[in-house]
Design a protein around this ligand. Structure first.
Ligand code: ADP
Ligand code: MG
Length: 205
């Protein structure tokens, strides 16, 4: 079972949106997926409860219990675990990143998000875990996208070539317990998420 966590110390950067959308795209591509929600705010859990589908499975746990839940998921022959996180302080954040194969750090191309990236990077580097950035909720065709890519390159991690644009469909999907691939499969948001999953899959293979 491959394990991915979405991490950033900034609320609103897109962790939950990307976690559940990646989970659905991977499910649609044939993976057996569990979303593990370690955020006490439980946004992914609420999304899961709103859904009419049984997959992906959504589990809720404290960060301190993550390894046990990952073991159980592996036992159930899940092929992919996607961990959603709160802006946890260490040691919980450290515990989470040490438990996964790859950490994804969503970054909105804004000054506040860019300024907040350092703390996630510090946690990941101290733990010696692989990480990559994903540009999230980007204003369509804005020059800030390329500028942010240049700044992120200095941290020494990859940035996904797939950027996720700020689209109302993403917010609508979360609010209605769905993913964009489920209600507008040919739409641009769905195309972006499938491309992100294709790239992520390459990274964890
Ligand atoms: N690509 C996007 N397009 C439009 N809205 C987005 C996008 N990504 C996130 N959002 C919205 O931004 C807010 C914060 O996103 P969320 O995924 O909850 O962030 P986090 O989990 O990091 O706090 C939510 O209201 C969500 O609907
Ligand atoms: Mg969240």
């Amino acid at each position: 079972m491959k394990k991915i966590a979405f991490l950033s110390q900034k609320g609103g950067s897109g962790k939950t949106t990307l976690a559940v959308h990646t989970a659905v795209a991977a499910t649609e591509a044939g993976e057996r997926v569990v979303v593990i929600d370690t955020d006490p705010q439980k946004s992914a859990t609420v999304w899961g409860e709103t859904r009419s589908q049984d997959t992906p499975i959504v589990a809720t746990t404290a960060a301190t219990d993550l390894d046990r839940v990952l073991d159980a998921a592996s036992h159930e022959r899940m092929t992919l675990a996607i961990v959603d996180t709160a802006p946890h302080a260490t040691p919980d954040a450290t515990r989470i990143v040490r438990s996964v194969d790859l950490v994804l750090i969503p970054v909105r191309p804004t000054a506040f998000d860019i300024a907040a990236v350092g703390s996630a990077v510090d946690i990941v580097k101290a733990a010696g875990v692989r990480a990559a950035f994903v540009l999230s909720a980007c204003p369509f065709r804005s020059p800030e996208i390329a500028e942010t890519r240049i700044i992120m390159a200095d941290y020494g991690f990859l940035t996904s070539p797939v950027e996720i644009i700020d689209r109302r469909a993403f917010a609508r999907a979360i609010a209605t317990g769905r993913a964009v691939t489920e209600f507008d499969s040919d739409g641009k948001a769905a195309t972006e998420i499938r491309a992100l999953w294709a790239w992520l899959k390459e990274q964890i293979q």
